[in-house]
Design a protein around this ligand. Structure first.
Ligand SMILES: [Zn+2]
Length: 253
């Protein structure tokens, strides 16, 4: 197959084809801790900004292809809740598929002072480790503070995705808003030379079938969330269930 023939859709099959293209090019997929910047190594990083459900889908595809990726989950977010039974099961499944689950750290929630950020990273990592029952050894930043970008040393004793050896000293390609806005990874000169690359993708943008309007994926997510909250409210409050029942019969009667 020529490179031009690799499908480039943002879908499950498109993701599979993208990873397969790297494997066909001779890349080995590595976790951050095993990356050798001088080799044909690919690190797959996923920042979970919105949907753990979408992340599980991608995690299963990767496991099926025999590759392991670095997943990063937020603690401070309204979009999912690692202590809820469903989301907890999702994050544990991702880890049990062989992937590394680390902390997606939102520095904008804290003062930008590096010492305080480091203490906050340490604290959030131990909370995440306690929730998962697994060690947290790597970190990525959600909205990086200037003081964190390019920080060469580990942070709170953990590797982080913006260390120069993972970020500026090797190729770095990321999706954004459902597109490779700054160039497709297969068009990158590093791919042509089979040089080390960090590829960041956000699972929310990679649904089963490509979305015509990417922003509708967020509508879908919000609707799922609302449905879940509604069914939980009904399950946990009998008078509310009755109230909803009365309202439904008025609306339909
Ligand atoms: Zn993020």
């Amino acid at each position: 197959m020529t490179l031009g023939a690799v499908p480039r859709g943002f879908s499950w099959s498109g993701y599979r084809a993208l990873i397969q293209a790297f494997l066909d090019r001779g890349y080995a997929v590595k976790l951050f801790g095993d990356l050798d910047p001088t080799k044909s190594h690919l690190v797959l990083r996923h920042d979970i900004d919105f949907s753990l459900r979408a992340a599980v889908d991608i995690a299963r595809i990767e496991a099926d292809m025999g590759v392991r990726a670095n997943y990063y989950v937020l603690l401070q977010t309204e979009f999912y809740n690692l202590c809820s039974p469903e989301d907890w099961a999702r994050v544990v499944e991702i880890a049990e598929l062989g992937h590394d689950v680390g902390l997606h750290f939102d520095a904008s929630r804290y003062d930008a002072d590096l010492e305080m950020l480091e203490a906050a990273v340490a604290r959030e990592c131990s909370v995440l480790a306690a929730i998962m029952g697994r060690e947290v050894t790597t970190v990525s930043f959600h909205r990086p503070a200037q003081s964190l970008l390019g920080l060469a040393r580990p942070l709170a004793g953990r590797l982080h995705a913006y260390q120069p050896r993972f970020f500026s000293e090797i190729a770095y390609v990321a999706d954004s808003r459902g597109l490779f806005r700054y160039g497709h990874p297969l068009d990158h000169e590093a791919f042509a030379a089979a040089k080390a690359m960090q590829l960041l993708t956000h699972p929310i943008w990679w649904p089963q079938a490509e979305a015509e309007d990417k922003m509708s994926l967020l509508d879908d997510l919000l609707q799922q969330r609302q449905d879940l909250l509604l069914s939980e409210a009904i399950a946990n409050c009998k008078p509310y269930a009755e109230y909803r029942g009365r309202r439904a019969s008025v609306n339909h009667g």
